[in-house]
Every structure is written in structure tokens, then in C-alpha cells.
Write a protein that binds this ligand. Structure first.
Ligand code: SAJ
Length: 447
């Protein structure tokens, strides 16, 4: 054991990161930057080629520079991950996707494939760390038995095995990778010590716990955030009904010393909050129903609600919904990123198409692959539009010249402010019909 820790401190261990997506590639780069020999493995030839030519398909601040440096110095290489490939490094960090199926049950097939081939190749003193989100109990019920039965080795005695979930926010991954406390839950005390020593080489703080506790904690963090967002989204609907402004209500409520409400919006996207609640409640017998599943439904319903606000606005402005043109501003799942994974805008655009409107889509960070017409120029997107829907609070949308945009749009233009970045009173004064999440100043609407 001491020998392994010395080898970690001396950077004498080689590391494979299996799954070179947002999480895996950032992690691989940071370990390579810290002086380890790292191989990033992925099933996509495009991903592998991009890394080996000093590039990245994921856009994170500084990531490209670090990859470039590490590939040139020979510390970072990418290789295709064959399903039955060998594992010849000392450390294997697993960061493959663990999505949910259509029926919201966890799909762990990629993780299982990796474990099956890894188990066959496992050698004494290797270190195996799962990083992907997994349902509670997976380390003990699936990961450990597969590795032990395929290798004949014993976890925590012959090899180290731990769960060390990532907690970084896409768009700020590298900075948070270093600065956020890293949870390390070993399958036993030896594993916790070894894997903590490994992560201390790249993270400022490591918190040691047990694998089962780390599994639940990771999911609980995201479920907590999702439930809190669902709370304010539902509050927004209540405020619309009562013709009060949810933004003011939240500002006032947050003056209470023990209240800290989040921000309502047009839905919750991204790869994490949209699935982790399902992983968390998986298999639990919740007699009174699942608060977390209800929260998921509320957040999932928000893009359709935004489509309904647009319809209401178009009708109030005397337009035929089927003949109108709508410009959607923002398609990433959150502000100032190009990340469109599970974006609420994709659901909105589908709904608008179904309503028969013509949809132009504009995002300064990304050209979307959604149905509808992607438009590079904001003014072109708004040319002859009847309605503008703001879906993302990108910096570029914070200072829209509404006076100018109104001259481009059709008569009686409508604004649906999904993110509440505009001042409703000013928008109305400029001659728009305003509909915001949790704020409906137009009293003549037909419900
Ligand atoms: N959102 C709101 N209102 C808010 C905050 C967020 O509508 O007040 C929306 C965002 O616009 C976005 C979605 O929620 O559509 C998720 O965004 P986010 O910034 O809350 O989180 P992610 O998905 O980018 O990253 C989360 C983070 N988890 C927590 O903050 C608890 C991150 O730390 C995790 O590492 C990440 O999930 C993950 O990979 O699990």
C-alpha cells in the first residue's frame, strides 16, 4: 500500500480514462498536466482523432490548450476503446455515460461492457475508480462482483476500488475540477486511502467517505437542485394565475434570513439534473410517491408552457398561430455555453413546429441541429417575426436593442421572456406584448 502511494506521489503510475466525453477528457487532461502518463479511451474514432491532433470536441475554457500541451509532451494519448480491449495501465478511471432509458430506468450497459473486459485484465495492485453517475448500491452489487469474479482478485486487498463522482459544472469544468471538494468513497479503507492520494495530486480538497455514501450524495446534490428549480417553476405558474410577478415575489422572499429560492425558467436541461433524480429513486419503495419524480415532471413541462405563452401572445396580437413566424433565441441548455444536451429549446421548437408556426433559431454560441431554421444573424432571425422567445440568458441577449428589433418585426410583436431578463414594463412601453415566465402583465389574455 505505501509502495502504491509513493508511486502516485512520484507520478510513476500510468492512467487510462475510459470515456473521453465532457467529464473524462477534462479529467484525463488534468492528470496528464499533473505529470502522469494518461491514455484517454473512447469508442468514437472522431473523439480519439481530435485529441491526438491536439483538439477537443468539447468546448471548455483552457481545455484545448492543456490538451495541446499534454499531447505534445507525450503525457496524453488517445486510443480507441475496443469492447474487449486490454487494460495495461496501473489505474483505470471510468467515465462512460450512464443514461436513463425512455421509461427512465438506468441504462448501465456501457459501464458493464467496460467492467467485463477490465475484470479479465485486472492485475494485482491496480486502481479502479468509477466516476460516472450510478444508482445507489451499484459499486457493491455490480461493479465489485463483476471485477472480482472475472479476475479472481479481491477488492480492497488485491486491488483498489472506489467511487469518486465528478461535481463540476459544464462550462467551468477545469476550474471546478481543481477547486471543488472531491468525494472519494472506497469499497474499503485501503481503497479510500489510495484513491484519495491519487485525487489529491489534482484536486485541492478530497473528502473521504464510503462508496455507498458517495453514490447517494452525488445524486442527492443534483436532485436537490432539480427539486428547488421545480419549486420556483411551479411558483411562477401560480404567479401567472394570480397576475403577480414571480421575480418580485422571489426577491422579497429571499430577504427572509432562511429562504434562498432559485430562478424560474423555461425548463431544466443538461445531462445531469435531467436524469440523476431517476437514478436516485431507482428501486426505492417510496410509499407516498416521489417528490423528485414530480419535480422532474414540473421541470419537463416548462418548454410546453413557454409554447403556450407564445400561442396566447400571438392570439392576443390578432395573429393566426399557423401563419406566424417565431424566433427562438438560445438553444444551449444554459447560459454562455454551446452545450445543447437535453436542451429545453429542442422541446420548445418541436412544440412550435407542431403548432404550425415557422421557427427561426438563433444562438451566438452554437448552430443547433434542431428542426427549424438556424439563423446566424440575430436581426435576420427577427426579420418579419411575430414573436421572439428568449430561452437562454446568454450575455449577448442581456442588452438587446429592442427599439431596433421592433422595427424589424411584424406589427403587434410579442416577446416571451422565458428567462426573465427583460424589464416587463419597459417592453410594454416600447409597444410589445410581454409574456414572461411567472409574469403576465397583459390583462386581456384568453386562457
Ligand atoms: N436552472 C434554472 N434555474 C436555476 C438554476 C439552473 O432553471 O436557478 C437550469 C439551467 O438553466 C439548466 C439546468 O437548470 O438548464 C441545469 O443547470 P445547472 O447549472 O443547475 O447544472 P448543470 O447541469 O450544468 O451541472 C450540475 C451541477 N450540480 C449542482 O449544481 C448540484 C454540477 O455541479 C454537477 O457536477 C453536474 O450537474 C453533474 O455533472 O452532475
Amino acid at each position: 500500500m505505501e509502495n502504491i502511494i509513493d508511486r502516485i506521489l512520484d507520478r510513476q503510475l500510468s492512467i487510462a480514462v475510459v470515456g473521453a466525453g465532457y467529464v473524462g477528457l477534462s479529467m484525463a487532461s488534468m492528470f496528464a498536466e499533473a505529470g502522469f502518463e494518461v491514455i484517454a479511451k473512447d469508442i468514437s474514432q472522431d473523439v480519439v482523432s481530435a485529441i491526438n491532433s491536439c483538439s477537443a470536441r468539447t468546448m471548455e475554457p483552457n481545455l484545448k490548450e492543456i490538451i495541446s500541451r499534454c499531447v505534445r509532451s507525450g503525457k496524453l494519448k488517445a486510443r480507441l476503446n475496443e469492447v474487449d480491449g486490454t487494460h495495461d495501465t496501473d489505474v483505470v478511471l471510468i467515465a462512460v455515460p450512464t443514461p436513463v432509458r425512455r421509461n427512465k430506468s438506468p441504462n448501465l450497459s456501457e459501464l458493464q461492457y467496460v467492467l467485463l473486459s477490465l475484470g479479465k485484465n485486472l492485475r494485482k495492485d491496480m486502481i479502479v475508480v468509477v466516476v460516472s453517475s450510478i444508482p445507489p448500491g451499484t459499486m457493491e452489487k455490480e461493479v465489485r462482483p463483476i471485477l472480482e469474479s472475472r479476475s479472481g482478485l479481491k477488492a480492497d486487498e488485491d486491488f483498489s476500488l472506489a467511487y469518486a463522482p465528478e461535481r463540476v459544472s459544464p462550462g467551468n469544468t477545469l476550474q471546478e475540477f481543481v477547486n471543488n471538494p472531491r468525494l472519494v468513497g472506497g469499497i474499503g479503507p485501503n481503497s479510500t486511502r489510495v484513491v484519495s492520494a491519487l485525487f489529491r495530486t489534482v484536486c485541492k480538497e478530497v473528502i473521504e467517505t464510503e462508496a455507498a455514501t458517495a453514490e447517494v450524495t452525488k445524486l442527492a446534490e443534483n436532485a436537490f437542485r432539480d427539486v428547488n428549480i421545480a419549486f420556483v417553476n411551479q411558483l411562477a405558474l401560480i404567479c401567472e394565475h394570480n397576475r403577480t410577478d414571480v421575480k418580485t415575489v422571489i426577491e422579497l422572499a429571499n430577504t427572509h434570513p432562511r429562504v434562498r429560492m432559485l430562478t424560474p425558467g423555461p425548463g431544466v436541461g443538461g445531462p445531469c439534473l435531467t436524469k440523476d433524480s431517476y437514478l436516485l429513486v431507482q428501486g426505492s419503495n417510496l410509499g407516498n410517491g416521489s417528490l423528485m419524480k414530480v419535480a422532474r415532471d414540473i421541470n419537463d413541462s416548462m418548454p410546453s408552457h413557454i409554447a403556450q405563452l407564445a400561442k396566447k401572445g400571438l392570439m392576443a396580437s390578432g395573429k393566426k398561430v399557423r401563419e406566424s413566424k417565431v424566433a427562438v433565441l438560445g438553444v444551449s441548455y444554459k447560459r454562455n455555453t454551446a452545450d445543447t444536451r437535453s436542451s429545453p429549446s429542442s422541446v420548445l421548437v418541436r412544440r412550435l413546429n407542431r403548432m404550425g408556426t415557422t421557427v427561426g433559431i438563433h444562438d451566438p454560441h452554437v448552430m443547433p441541429e434542431f428542426e427549424g431554421f438556424p439563423v446566424e444573424d440575430l436581426e435576420v432571425a427577427l426579420d418579419n417575426a411575430d414573436c421572439m422567445i428568449i430561452m437562454v440568458d446568454h450575455d449577448e441577449f442581456m442588452m438587446l436593442d429592442l427599439r431596433r428589433l421592433k422595427t424589424l418585426m411584424n406589427k403587434n410583436p410579442v416577446i416571451v421572456d422565458g428567462r426573465r431578463i427583460l424589464n416587463p414594463r419597459m417592453v410594454v412601453e416600447l409597444g410589445f406584448l410581454y409574456y414572461g415566465t411567472g409574469c403576465l402583465p397583459n390583462r386581456n389574455d384568453v386562457d
